[in-house]
Design a protein. Structure first.
Lengths: 165, 359
């Protein structure tokens, strides 16, 4: 009888140890999962930010829209609006697949703020069912040689890049 | 009773031993799995970082960058471009497709320092930046004289010192000197034998750019063996011919052609944009109130035999379509036909100096 009781106590002890062991393991798993989730989120955000910077860079030097000057070096951070108007159709319609490799799920907009206020959507490909987007801006010069010299061919604006994730 | 206790004691030890081994194995498994995942993730990170370095360097034209990658000396970076599939990766490991940017680089690099150089490809307007990638331990021997040698000598000089191992005046002393690989650049017709100092070295290749054609060679038993046929140089003669520089850095004939095809593809799209601009210009100069209207309209659509609209629409554009198709069949000779209308467009654009220029 005495021995039986001792065995019962030992059994209860073992069960308690196993229970605590699994509780600790479970706690560890939950902790690791939460930690991984936060790290993954941070990495994702960093990646999206890096992508936005890359896309801004690519857009600023895009041969389709830069302000070229014949054989001379092109004007930096300047967009030729005559080319922008033509490029919009090329990039979105017929050759969309090619440009999708260059700018995956992104919206690129050019906004003129002075002397007039206008907006051109250069490329628009929002990610279906996307909930997050990273928005970046860059100040640029816009050139429209078809404007009269009185109006001035250069104007001031900014480039907006929205990267969907 | 004593016997039973002894038996129980032994059983307990065996039980502990088995449980211990199982637990140990479980953790060893986790560690091994973690190690594999970490290695894969490291490889992917490396590829991603190198890719973003390449893209960053590729977009800003005429820039030369030295990138310290001393942490990557254990890895062999592979630059592939075959059958219109281009990738950058770690040999036998992770890789990433590079579908747009033309990257001209040796097929393999194992280095502590990457050198990147971007030159705009113009035909006649800027089409894309050609990115050249090489390493501090890839040695280049330039054989031959002439204007291009002087131009190249100036072009490869780095502000921070001579990091690119370009050798111009080495008096026939070909020596790999502990470098990973060598490329002999012939600006004069190539001989049949591999130069003495490079005999027996495995990673030695050559490129002959003496004329308006490019031929690649590999070293086989001490002799140069042509890698494919001669590839016509699709570039307007002048200074800083990006396609010619690219030939120096491309790993082999296939890689050069594959990357040039990327440029031809982009040329079609950029041309479409200029077509839109040209139409807008033609419309604009119909207005008699436009500045310098008569002269500009004349160059754009009335000048005989060649005006901007005719050359662009009936010569240049039609050659592009054919060039793209033929280049896909490995034949670049058709693309040579592009050069004449491209040259005409360049001259006409110069004539438009007092008007709105096309590019």
């Amino acid at each position: 009888m005495k021995q039986n009781r001792k065995a019962q106590i030992r059994m209860a002890e073992t069960i308690a140890v196993i229970f605590i062991f699994f509780v600790i393991i479970l706690f560890g798993i939950v902790f690791y999962y939460k930690y991984s989730e936060i790290t993954a989120k941070q990495e994702r955000e960093e990646l999206v930010e890096a992508k936005a910077t890359q896309i801004i860079l690519k857009t600023l030097f895009l041969p389709e829209v830069i302000c070229s000057r014949g054989e001379a070096e092109p004007l930096l951070t300047c967009f030729d609006l005559m080319k922008v108007r033509a490029a919009k159709n090329v990039m979105e319609d017929k050759f969309g697949e090619y440009y999708f490799n260059l700018f995956p799920y992104v919206t690129i907009t050019l906004t003129e703020v002075y002397p007039t206020e206008k907006e051109w959507v250069l490329y628009d490909k929002p990610k279906p069912e996307s909930k997050n987007k990273d928005v970046s801006h860059f100040i640029v010069t816009l050139k429209d040689e078809m404007r009269s010299s009185k109006e001035g061919i250069f104007s001031f604006g900014y480039l907006t890049v929205e990267v969907y994730s | 009773m004593e016997k039973k206790a002894q038996l129980q004691l032994t059983f307990n030890w065996i039980y502990i031993l088995i449980a211990g081994v199982v637990i140990l194995l479980f953790f060893v498994g986790i560690i091994l799995k973690g190690q594999t995942v970490a290695e894969q993730s490291l490889e992917q990170d490396i590829v991603r970082i190198v890719e973003s370095i390449l893209i960053g360097a590729g977009v800003s034209e005429n820039t030369k960058n030295f990138i310290d990658v001393s942490g990557l000396t254990d890895y062999i970076l592979e630059f592939k471009c075959e059958d219109d599939f281009a990738s950058l990766g770690i040999k036998g490991g992770a890789f990433k497709e590079i579908p747009i940017e033309p990257v001209f680089a040796p097929l393999e690099l194992r280095t502590s320092g990457l050198i990147l150089w971007s030159v705009p490809y113009e035909l006649p307007f800027k089409v894309i930046d050609l990115l050249m990638a090489t390493s501090v331990n890839t040695k280049y021997f330039v054989v031959g004289d002439g204007e291009f040698k002087e131009e190249l000598e100036k072009a490869v000089k780095f502000e921070q010192g001579d990091r690119v191992r370009f050798n111009f005046d080495f008096e026939g002393n070909f020596d790999l000197g502990g470098n990973y690989q060598a490329r002999v650049v012939y600006l004069e017709p190539i001989g049949s034998d591999v130069p003495g100092g490079l005999q027996g070295e495995e990673k030695v290749t050559a490129v002959d750019i003496s004329g308006r054609e490019i031929t690649y060679y590999t070293a086989v038993n001490g002799r140069w063996a042509a890698d494919g046929g001669a590839i016509p140089l699709i570039s307007l003669p002048g200074e800083k011919e990006a396609a010619k520089y690219a030939a120096i850095f491309a790993g082999n004939a296939e890689s050069y052609k594959c990357n040039m095809r990327k440029a031809f593809k982009r040329l079609e799209y950029v041309t479409k944009v200029y077509e839109g601009k040209l139409n807008e210009l033609l419309e604009y100069y119909e207005n008699p109130l436009a500045d310098n209207q008569q002269n500009c309209k004349f160059i754009l659509k009335e000048k005989k035999p060649d005006n901007m609209a005719d050359v662009f629409n009936f010569q240049f554009k039609s050659w592009i379509v054919g060039c793209k198709t033929e280049a896909r069949r490995e034949d670049f000779s058709y693309c040579v036909g592009l050069l004449e209308p491209a040259e005409k467009l360049r001259n006409l654009n110069e004539e438009l100096r007092s008007c709105i220029q096309l590019y």
